[in-house]
Ligand binder design. Structure first.
Ligand code: PLP
Length: 384
């Protein structure tokens, strides 16, 4: 029996045409893009073509797109250097941001004259935008707002245009982590007044180890990695030509099929939710389920019980790859920082199922059946 992959928020299988493109480039276009001979010029042309495609998707100019090794690198670079180079003295963020954002903030607060303010969030993880408005209105101190587009653990989505408009109104910079939404939801950096945007190819069926950052032309920061002045001196190091081409093709293809993929994934998600609700007692879903949510992320909270504790492992044994909502800290399993931030009851067990267009309704049915088998009704301590 074929294994089932329901961990697409973690990484996605590559599109076959992206693999073909990259293989061809690795085989034939191996020149160093900095070389002036023809081999080099061919590689350079591939990168510049890729930059055009990315800029088209996010509605930026070509000169505002820089390729990096990951979204993690892109967030480190923009958050730390916005503080050192653009005079940022305050960072406003939410506790549900990805660790690459939170830890970059922590680092920069430790080493620079900048303070960080964590916004109130509701039980779905939505930041309080009235508080954001109030904080921005209260002080003219140079501020960077870090609020992601879609949360990788709960699927809750933020209103990025509203956030961007607030930032514009008060002259704040806006860093937006769009790792979970690129290629899945429309993103327009101009409409949303985004100053810095980050993305990672492997989340939209491209290769691992390739990301990019959009830096608006009004907010030029210094390079983060120094060396041979590649990426117009913003990110030195010989470029990953095949990876960059793969990123651009994967993003373009995902973007073209956005509406179709969304509808398909929503069908999978709704069917899975319905099956779980019908067959298992006291199932809850973390994050916003009403309107603004990532269709591909379904975070399921199971009632406590001995079988629930071992669920990710037992699903794995049964042939289903899904992700646990807990992190192991000092040998103790505890809810992830995101689940803790939204007040998820720690005695319950969360598993994140995340889908892609490569999944099928048959896999949904099979996984629902496996869960029913793994969680016999008598196992639960039903809570009020
Ligand atoms: N931001 C979000 C929301 C993510 O889900 C991830 C990866 O899980 C990242 C940032 C970091 O991406 P990468 O590990 O590719 O740098």
């Amino acid at each position: 029996m074929q294994r089932i992959y329901f961990d697409n928020a973690s990484t996605t299988p590559m599109l076959p045409e992206v693999i073909d493109l990259m293989t061809g480039i690795m085989r034939h276009d191996f020149g160093n893009p900095s070389s002036i001979h023809q081999h080099g010029r061919r590689a350079r042309a591939i990168i510049e073509e890729a930059r055009k495609k990315v800029a088209r998707v996010i509605n930026s100019s070509i000169g505002e797109v820089f390729f990096t090794g990951s979204a993690t690198e892109a967030s480190n670079m923009t958050i730390k250097n916005a503080v050192t180079d653009l005079g940022v003295k305050r960072i406003i963020y939410a506790a549900t941001e990805h660790h690459c954002v939170l830890h970059s903030i922590e680092h920069t607060v430790r080493h620079n004259n900048v303070h960080a303010v964590s916004l109130k969030i509701d039980s779905d993880g939505r930041p309080d935008l009235e508080e954001l408005d109030m904080l921005l209105a209260q002080s003219t101190i140079k501020t960077l707002v870090c609020l992601m587009h879609g949360n990788n653990e709960t699927g809750t989505m933020n209103e990025i245009t509203e956030i961007g408009q607030l930032c514009k109104k008060y002259g704040a910079l806006y860093h937006c982590d769009t790792v979970q939404t690129l290629g899945k939801y429309p993103i327009d950096v101009q409409q949303a007044h985004i100053s810095f945007l980050t993305g990672s190819a492997h989340k939209f069926h491209g290769p691992k180890g390739t990301g990019f950052v959009f830096i608006s032309h009004e907010n030029i920061i210094q390079p983060y990695i120094h060396g041979g002045s590649q990426e117009r001196n913003m990110r030195s190091g010989t470029e990953n030509v095949a990876g960059i081409a793969g990123l651009a093709m994967a993003l373009e293809k995902s973007n073209e099929k956005m509406a179709e993929n969304f509808r398909y994934i929503l069908t999978l998600r709704n069917e899975f939710k319905a099956r779980l609700t019908e067959t298992l007692p006291d199932i809850r879903f973390n994050g916003n389920q009403e309107d603004k949510f990532l269709a591909h992320v379904l975070s399921v909270s199971f009632p406590p019980g001995p079988k629930a504790e071992l669920l990710v492992m037992n699903l794995d044994i049964e042939g289903v790859s899904a992700s646990s909502g807990s992190a192991c800290s000092s040998g103790v399993e505890e809810d992830s920082h995101v689940l803790q931030a939204i007040g998820h009851p720690h005695e319950r067990k969360t598993i994140r199922f995340s889908f892609s267009p490569f999944n099928t309704l048959d896999e949904i049915g099979r996984t629902a059946g496996i869960l029913k088998k793994l969680l016999p009704a008598g196992d639960f301590k039903i809570q009020g």
